[in-house]
Write a protein that binds this ligand. Structure first.
Ligand SMILES: [Fe+2]
Ligand SMILES: [Fe+2]
Length: 141
């Protein structure tokens, strides 16, 4: 059967879960707790998307919107790594880094919602979209 679901709609909902956590950040100690929950969801989310991207590569699908998403994932992963690294000496520094990560993530979610997933919806055929959907759904929380 022709697969009609949109990847962009499905992922927008997933992104909304992280967006609502970002909206709760208020630069107080509460942020540490929000961050530890967000970190798990985010790592899982990137893992799922990278698996989907790997499939696109295997199918020979290469386009600028894809490279941009890979770059943004790398930046987010570096930022996550820094947050658990030895340079975090004070709570102040950690809070600042959480805010910086939040900014990266907000921009990334916006890029995926406005550009990346709509691009996939209009440039992949229904079989390809379904394959990507299955990978994402299986690997997301
Ligand atoms: Fe992503
Ligand atoms: Fe995403």
């Amino acid at each position: 059967m022709f697969w009609q679901k949109k990847l962009s709609g499905f992922m927008k909902k997933e992104h909304g879960k992280m967006q609502s956590m970002l909206d709760k950040l208020d630069y107080t100690n509460k942020d540490f707790e929000i961050f530890s929950k967000l970190k798990k969801i985010l790592e899982n989310h990137i893992y799922a998307e990278e698996k989907a991207i790997h499939l696109l590569h295997k199918r020979g699908k290469m386009f600028p919107a894809l490279s941009k998403v890979i770059e943004e994932h790398n930046d987010i992963e570096i930022s996550l790594y820094e947050l658990v690294g030895p340079n975090i000496k004070t709570k102040e520094i950690k809070l600042k880094k959480i805010q910086a990560l939040a900014e990266l993530l907000r921009n990334h979610l916006e890029n995926e919602d406005k550009n990346f997933y709509p691009y996939l919806d209009s440039n992949l055929n229904s079989e390809e979209r379904e394959e990507i959907f299955e990978i994402l759904e299986k690997n997301l929380d």
